[in-house]
Design a protein. Structure first.
Length: 186
């Protein structure tokens, strides 16, 4: 009888384990999320152009950091005036070395930029996401573009809107523009 009890316990334990691991059959999307944006030169000031790109869920919680400029990732996140929205969400001091390496990059250059994210590798499940692109200008001036995009396996595009922090910089308010995202099924 003792072996039967152990067998029943093992079966129940495995059942609980597999139920806990079951994601309902939802698998990461195949395809790519492209986030494009344009950086412009400013006249009369030299912006830092420190950049953070990330995804949020509909509740405003961080889903994943997608790109973080080197200075910002190596300690600039401690400066509350540089990309403050991302810095508040990211808890970057506790990020794993793998995530740090995966998203840390050189500061994007002037001109058109495209960040291409492999949805399967990023473990992006179908659903609605808020994509965010924040660029530090100088001092406490930042610009944040946000847009919503539904990732459900169909080709879709979205255009983001700007929020200026604390307000639009008089000489460099337009350093970030044309922020949009598109999903390309794969």
């Amino acid at each position: 009888m003792r072996h039967i009890d152990k067998l029943i316990f093992l079966i129940l334990s495995l059942t609980v384990f597999f139920l806990a691991c079951d994601d309902g059959g939802v698998k990461p999307l195949q395809g790519f999320l492209e986030i494009s944006y344009q950086l412009e030169k400013a006249q009369g000031v030299q912006p830092s152009y420190q950049t953070a790109i990330w995804l949020e869920n509909e509740q405003g919680e961080l889903v994943r950091s997608l790109l973080v400029s080197e200075y910002l990732s190596y300690g600039g996140y401690n400066d509350s005036t540089i990309c403050p929205d991302w810095s508040k969400l990211a808890n970057w001091s506790k990020v794993s070395p793998e995530e740090f390496d995966a998203v840390t990059a050189a500061t994007p250059g002037i001109g058109n930029n495209v960040l291409k994210v492999d949805c399967r590798k990023a473990n992006l499940l179908p659903g609605k996401y808020i994509y965010c692109v924040q660029v530090h200008i100088l001092e406490n001036y930042n610009v944040l573009f946000k847009g919503a995009i539904m990732l459900n396996g169909e080709n879709v595009e979205s255009i983001a809107t700007a929020k200026y922090i604390p307000r639009q910089h008089p000489l460099a308010g337009n350093v970030l523009s044309h922020v949009k995202a598109r999903y390309i099924p794969g």
